[in-house]
Every structure is written in C-alpha cells, then in structure tokens.
Design a protein around this ligand. Structure first.
Ligand code: FAD
Length: 408
C-alpha cells in the first residue's frame, strides 16, 4: 500500500480482515496531507457522523459538527492505531516497476517486492494551475490553495481569487474579511444549501442514495469524475456560503479567467450563464431530494421544500482587469488539485496522466488505486467512501492472489 491517508488505512483494515500480508508505506506521518497541505481555517465540509471508516464510526457528542484540521488528523491517527495498521513512516516511494513476480517498490528506506500494489497516495498531491499562470507579471504575488495558509501570507491590497468551488469561495470569504478586497473569477461550480429542509445536504444525499451511485451506472463517467465539489463550507453556524453571500460582503464577481494580455487579465463573458447553470444543477439536486422525501413518507417530518433566490450577477461584469496599478497585489489559484505519479514507472497512465482503471482495478494486473474522484461510487473521494471501495477492491485483490490472474 502506498499512502497512509484514510483510504490506505481503510484498505489496510480490509486486507487484514482477509488475512493478506501487507505493509503501508508513508512518506511522512499518518494523515500527512491533512497535516501539511491544507489551509489553517479549513474544516471538513462533511459532518462528523459521515466520516465512517471500516470498523470505526463517530462516537462523539457532536455528530452534526465539522472537524477542523487538528481533529481530522487526530481522527485518522487514532484509526491507524485502532486497526494496528502496519505503517512504515517516513518512507517515500521513489519508484514502482513491474517484475517477474509482481512489483518492485523502491523507497527512501530500501526496496520492497510484492505481488500486488495499492496506490492510495491521494488525488490532491499537487495544485492544478492553468497554463496562463505563467504569464502573470512578476510584481503580482501568486499562491495556490495548496500553499495558502492564511490571509497574512498575502500582501496588503486587492486579491484575485480564481475558482469558485468549495475552496475558492472559502478563501475569498476569509481573505475579503481580512481587509483585502477580493475579486473572484467564477468558472464551473455547483451551488448547494448547507442545510435543506432542516437537515444537512450531505444527510439527504446519503439517505437518498445519491452518494452511493456506482461508476458503472452513470452515463458519462469521465465527465462525472471531473464535476467540481459542491460549493459548501463547514462552520458552527451551518452557514450556506455562496456567491450571493460573497457579493453581500463586497466581493466582486467576474467571469472565468480566460487569458492574459500583457498585464491585463481577461475574463470570459459567461458569468451569468455559469451562475444560471449552477442554480439549475442545485435545483435539480433539490428536486431529486424532494421526490425521495415524498416517496419515503418524510414530507410531514421535515421542513417544507424551499429554494434559494437565484444568484445575482451585476448587469455588465468587467471582462478585463489591469493587474499592475489597479490595486490587485496577489492572485490565489483555487483551481483544483491533481495526483502526482512521477514515481510510477508502469504503463498505466493515459495521455492526460490519469490512471487507466476500472473502478479502482488498474489495467496492469495486481495494481489497484483508491481515493480518486468517483472511483467506484460518487462518494469515493470522501472519507466516507473509502470503506465500500476498500471492501470491493480487497475482495478482488484476494482473488487475484489466489488465482494469479485478474478475475471479474
Ligand atoms: C481542501 C480539501 C478539502 C477536503 N474536504 C473533505 C471533506 O470535507 N470531507 C471528506 O470526506 N473529504 C474531503 N476531502 C477529500 C479527501 O478526503 C481527501 O482528498 C483525502 O485526503 C484523500 O484521502 P486519501 O487517503 O486518498 O489521500 P491522502 O489523504 O492525500 O493520503 C495519501 C497519503 O499518501 C502519501 N504519499 C503520497 N505519495 C507518496 C509516496 N510517493 N510515497 C509514500 N507516501 C506517499 C501522502 O503523504 C499521504 O499521507 C478534501 C480534500 C481537499 C484537498
């Protein structure tokens, strides 16, 4: 197993249950990503009850709360101890190659031979930044959501936040409140109320089976794997943070960042459409929830159905912004993340650098992957999704070890 995040640990627990001898190689400490790669104010956007791992449910007295980073680290750390996962810490994998008997895994602490390998090294190892970032004038300081920790890191003055999914709106809100006027460039995003009809939106999606939807049951799985995360935030007040909320505190919205022309940033004219589409997708999700509630006799038990007002967009949002001299001192790229497979020397990557796999079963026999977006289910990249995927894939891996071949 490569990686001791929650996905690697869930798989470790399932392999142990099946009597499969294994080791988990981790370049840092358990839950390394949560310790070293997240901003300080981040809280999970999934409620506490929803972080269920094999043999390990939430037992505290705040099931509807949202963990902060130290709490997430403590939770995953405790899980590694409870399941007595065989983790080798501070062991960075530097190369994985095929051999006659399986795989050779080179690390900073020696080499390992194995018949099967599970890549649980994470989907968010590097920031995904558009190429246009290279054209930003050197006077403007830039940071990605990967390197961002808090607003004090940014120079005084205006900030352009690029991206309006969960990360972008949270950072825009925090930075604007620090006294640095924010402009947010809005691309594809999906708006969602934090609480709907008195219950957390995640509760509804879980109960209605939306998060359990399988990868082989959706029309276009490649598209489904690229859909951005819901525009949500975790807070004590269970606040819905959306573009209307940001506008209300003075954040300025512009369209998707389309390019640079000298020191000018160009925005697409699609802001109104992007917002209308996002409202539409949100309302479609809420329609599905309402239908499910009606069919399951919940209508009388929960609050009445309602809809948020449409996203307000100014009549003529600017299509360009002069960076130098306009008061913008920095750009925050909240444009997503990507995995790092630079150490993987097995022919399993497509031309975009994504792993070729069928629900986590990689195209090279004996290799598996965990923790990717919509790997086997809509919830696969969530903490709550690792259990079911690890269960399925460890069954497959067991059959592979017995039969010496890939079986369905
Ligand atoms: C900003 C952000 C917010 C999120 N919020 C939520 C949320 O609210 N709820 C939720 O359920 N999920 C959330 N997620 C999604 C998801 O839980 C994370 O992506 C999660 O970290 C993925 O778990 P993982 O175990 O697959 O990967 P990771 O937690 O990234 O674990 C991978 C491990 O592999 C190790 N590793 C990587 N490369 C090597 C190597 N070469 N050698 C050895 N070890 C290596 C890393 O050090 C790391 O410990 C969030 C993700 C991000 C980025």
């Amino acid at each position: 197993m490569i990686g001791a995040g929650h996905a690697g640990l869930a798989m470790s627990r399932c392999l142990a249950e099946r009597g499969i001898d294994h080791v988990v190689l981790e370049r840092g400490l358990v839950a390394n990503s949560w310790r070293t790669e997240r901003w300080e104010s981040l809280r999970l956007l999934t409620p506490n009850w929803q972080s269920r791992l094999p043999g390990y449910d939430y037992e505290g007295n705040d099931p509807d709360g949202y963990r902060n980073m130290p709490e997430v680290v403590a939770f995953i750390d405790r899980y590694a101890k409870v399941i007595a996962a065989p983790v080798e810490l501070q062991t960075r994998v530097t190369s994985v190659r095929q051999s006659d008997t399986g795989f050779v895994v080179e690390t900073t602490r020696g080499s390992w031979q194995c018949r099967a390998v599970v890549l649980a090294s994470g989907a968010c190892n590097l920031p995904a930044v558009p190429v246009v970032a290279e054209a930003v004038p050197p006077q403007i300081s830039t940071v990605t959501s990967f390197g961002y920790r808090n607003p004090a890191q940014l120079p005084e003055g205006g900030v352009l936040v690029v991206g309006a999914s969960a990360t972008g709106i949270q950072l825009a809100d925090e930075i604007h409140r620090s006294g640095r006027p924010v402009t947010i460039a809005v691309g594809e995003h999906i708006r969602a109320p934090r609480v709907y009809r008195g219950k957390d939106i995640e509760w509804w999606m879980d109960a209605a089976g939306i998060l359990d939807e399988r990868y082989d049951a959706v029309d276009d799985i490649n598209r489904a794997r690229r859909v951005p995360s819901l525009q949500l935030t975790g807070s004590d007040t269970r606040l819905t943070l959306d573009l209307n909320g940001l506008s209300a505190i003075g954040v300025r919205m512009v369209g998707r960042l389309a390019g640079m022309q000298g020191s000018k940033v160009l925005f697409s004219g699609s802001l109104r459409n992007q917002c209308a589409l996002s409202d539409l997708k949100m309302n479609r999700l809420l329609n599905t929830i309402d239908e499910w509630a009606a069919n399951n006799g919940l209508d009388r038990e929960v609050e009445a159905a309602s809809r948020l007002p449409p996203t307000q967009v100014e009549a003529e949002p600017p299509l360009q912004l002069e960076l130098v001299g306009s008061g913008i001192g920095s750009i925050v790229w909240a444009t997503g993340y990507r995995p790092d497979y630079s150490w993987l020397h097995v022919d399993v990557l497509d031309r975009k650098g994504s792993i070729r796999h069928d629900g986590g079963v990689v195209s090279t026999p004996g290799m598996y992957v965990m923790g990717l977006q919509f790997l086997r289910r809509r919830k696969s990249a969530l903490i709550d999704g690792a259990g079911a995927d690890a269960h399925d894939l460890s069954d497959h891996l067991l059959r592979f070890l017995h039969d010496g071949a890939v079986v369905g």
